[in-house]
Design a protein around this ligand. Structure first.
Ligand SMILES: [Zn+2]
Length: 159
């Protein structure tokens, strides 16, 4: 029987794909008790159980499940555009805007595309590795919104 991955990560990706999480954010999150300085849990209220927190600075990327069945669609016509995503990412990495030249003729912001399962374009993300649930409640959510700015919550199954 094929093994189904049980490891789940919870990612917080800034809503604006070009937003860089400031270098001071890590210490600010430690200071309000979200986790210890090495990223291990500190029994913060509102967070799921997790193994480790870390800041991922991948540079321009799409955060999310990219295993079988990943789909990306035009927000206007709902046509599949996944074949154009690689080119859009490459152009962004080379200094272009985070947009996709769509089959419908428009330029779409990468964050406007429809991703299934949910995904988000970004430069960096806060990753809670090996969570037991996709939940984020106050007061942890409030602390994170204040420190990171507006973010999207992206679940990721890790193989
Ligand atoms: Zn389109």
């Amino acid at each position: 029987m094929p093994h189904v991955s049980r490891r789940l990560d919870l990612l917080l990706v800034p809503e604006s794909p070009t937003h860089e999480i400031p270098a001071t954010a890590w210490q600010a999150m430690v200071d309000v008790g979200l986790f210890a300085d090495d990223g291990t849990p500190a029994d913060a209220e509102g967070l799921p159980s997790f193994a480790r927190a870390r800041l991922d600075r991948a540079g321009p990327t799409i955060y999310g499940n990219q295993q079988g069945g990943f789909s990306v669609r035009c927000p206007v016509t709902d046509e599949p555009v996944v074949s154009r995503l690689g080119g859009a990412l490459a152009a962004w990495r080379e200094g272009g805007a985070p947009t996709l030249a769509c089959v419908c003729g428009e330029q779409h912001a990468l964050e406007a595309l429809r991703y299934r399962p949910p995904a988000a374009a970004g430069m960096n993300a806060l990753v809670f590795a090996d969570v037991d649930a996709y939940v984020l409640d106050n007061p942890a959510r409030g602390h994170l919104a204040r420190i990171l700015g507006p973010f999207r919550l992206i679940p990721r199954r890790v193989s």
